[in-house]
Design a protein around this ligand. Structure first.
Ligand code: BG6
Length: 506
């Protein structure tokens, strides 16, 4: 892999340095970037948090445990980790205290003197969302981010709780930072298979001419998870599946599928094309919401031989909670390309299997010249992007079944990433952190994108709030969600697609 060690010296402050995200995602990602020579020659990682650690070694040991558990590469011999982690330090500080920021200023000055260069400074806000605005204000008040070419600030989702709060947050940040300093993370955009949708669509001449309502019957996006809300009940009660997955990840996938061809890979050009899709998404009326969406909440039951509690029995969850752990919806993109093509989306917790899929269902062949008996198993063409955990692209077409008669079978042509690239696939956070270090915002959400996505979601949230669910919990764990989700697609004569190999499982 190409070395990027000539990038500017970098100081990465992780606010929330003792938290779960740092342990599970950020440090493993940085460690892999280090192994692949993607980190700058000079870099320092400074974790800041409120949890005490008896020593710097104890902090590093905790991070190493995270690497052993969550990184795609473990540190078997402990050798690489030692050199990597010698660049990591931890400070126990209260980020609500102004003095913490004076201290941060001092470190930056010290490092700039030591490195004899103006370093790139990144503030990664891996903290509870309600703390982020106050931290941003304190950074701004101390003028730490005034040099907009050298300082960056990274926000995790959720970015706002609804349209109004997202606007307020954007306006607040606009007054303090340049847009090009703000990196709003949607980790789905860092996934290799998601980025590959752009390569597939725009680096090949074959598909773009048929990528429209003349040839495509409908599109499906599924993001199914087997996990429940685990220990995130408190957060999830304020969120639900619609806010947690649809407002961001699912709509971003939809944008990748539906966007017009960019004229260049310039960050703003890509983001302009994506925001056009969000703006073109039909905004639902209250009647639309009832006809075009389905919501669900998991009951208690059994998953793979293990008993799991219903959502309402999870920790920090109201026993009468109306919160959705499953959503299905049928969207329309109102422009020339996608007129009348439904985009069916669904996502949920405690479903049958972990599977993120994008399905492009083509229309039937316009004329069928074969004898009727040839057509018994005939199916129209279908393209599936399997985003995770299987990572492949498969195209279904018709083939002649061997034998004396003309009989047709649907068969798959399959491109498998893991086989083709020998399991080299980086984690989403590796790509995203590398982009932050480089200052490339292409895969990050711009202010207007976040607001445009909320505009799509708001009518659904409002209609659901006005009419609380009467049948929750309405699906058993380990299934594909509530019956309403099946009905939503079945009434159009379709069914939700799953991967054939997975259909045969369990
Ligand atoms: C997060 C959501 O953004 O994405 C989680 O908050 C969800 O609830 C997760 O589990 C899914 O991510 P992935 O990469 O496992 O599909």
């Amino acid at each position: 892999m190409a070395s990027k060690k000539n990038t500017n010296p970098t100081l990465l402050f992780i606010f929330g340095g003792s938290g779960d995200l740092t342990n599970r995602k950020l440090i493993p990602a940085l460690y892999n970037l280090y192994i692949d020579n993607y980190l700058p020659e000079k870099f320092d990682i400074i974790g800041i948090g409120r949890s005490p650690f008896p020593s710097q070694e104890a902090y590093r040991d905790k991070l190493l445990e995270g690497v052993q558990q969550f990184s795609r590469r473990k540190d078997e011999a402990n050798g690489t980790w030692k050199t990597f982690s010698s660049n990591i330090r931890y400070f126990e500080m209260d980020l609500m205290d102004d003095k913490a920021y004076d201290q941060i200023m001092n470190w930056i000055k010290e490092k700039a003197t030591e490195w004899k260069a103006q370093p790139t400074i990144i503030f990664y806000l891996a903290v509870a969302p309600q703390l982020a605005p106050d931290i941003a204000k304190k950074l701004s008040a101390k003028k730490i981010c005034d040099d907009s070419t050298h300082t960056r600030i990274v926000f995790e989702k959720p970015f706002g709780h609804d349209l109004q709060s997202a606007r307020e947050l954007n306006n607040l940040l606009k007054g303090m930072f340049e847009e090009n300093q703000i990196f709003r993370i949607d980790h789905y955009l860092g996934k290799e298979t998601v980025q590959n949708i752009l390569a597939f669509r725009f680096a090949n001449a074959l598909f773009e001419p048929i990528w429209n309502s003349n040839y495509i019957d409908h599109i499906q996006i599924t993001a199914a998870e087997t996990v429940g809300v685990e220990d995130r009940g408190g957060y999830y009660e304020q969120s639900g599946a619609l806010r947690d997955m649809v407002q961001n990840h699912i709509l971003q996938l939809l944008c990748m599928i539906a966007m017009e061809a960019p004229t260049s890979f310039d960050a703003d050009e890509i983001r302009n094309k994506k925001v056009d899709v969000l703006n073109a998404l039909r905004k639902f009326s209250v009647e639309d919401v009832h006809a075009l969406t389905a919501r669900g909440q998991y009951a208690g039951g059994w998953m793979k031989g293990k008993e799991v509690p219903g959502y309402r029995k999870e920790k920090n969850v109201d026993p009468h909670s109306p919160v959705d752990t499953f959503v299905a919806a049928k969207f329309y993109v109102d422009n020339w390309r996608w007129q009348n093509v439904p985009f069916y989306v669904r996502t949920g917790k405690h479903l049958y299997e972990k599977s993120t899929l994008v399905v492009i269902q083509f229309k039937e062949a316009p004329h069928f010249a074969f004898p009727r008996e040839a057509a018994e198993t005939w199916r129209s063409n279908r393209l599936i992007f399997s985003i995770q955990p299987q990572t492949d692209i498969r195209i279904r077409f018709q083939a002649k079944h061997p034998g004396p008669h003309m009989s047709l079978d649907p068969v798959d042509m399959d491109f498998n990433f893991a086989e083709a690239y020998d399991g080299e696939e980086p984690e989403a956070y590796e790509t995203l952190l590398e982009d932050v270090i480089e200052g490339n915002p292409t895969l990050f959400m711009r202010a207007d994108q976040v607001e445009a996505a909320w505009k799509v979601i708001m009518p659904i949230l409002e209609a659901w709030q006005k009419r609380p669910p009467v049948d929750f919990p309405n699906y058993a764990p380990g299934t594909w969600g509530p019956e309403d989700a099946e009905a939503l697609i079945a009434k159009d004569g379709h069914h939700w697609v799953t991967l054939p190999s997975n259909n045969n499982k369990g």
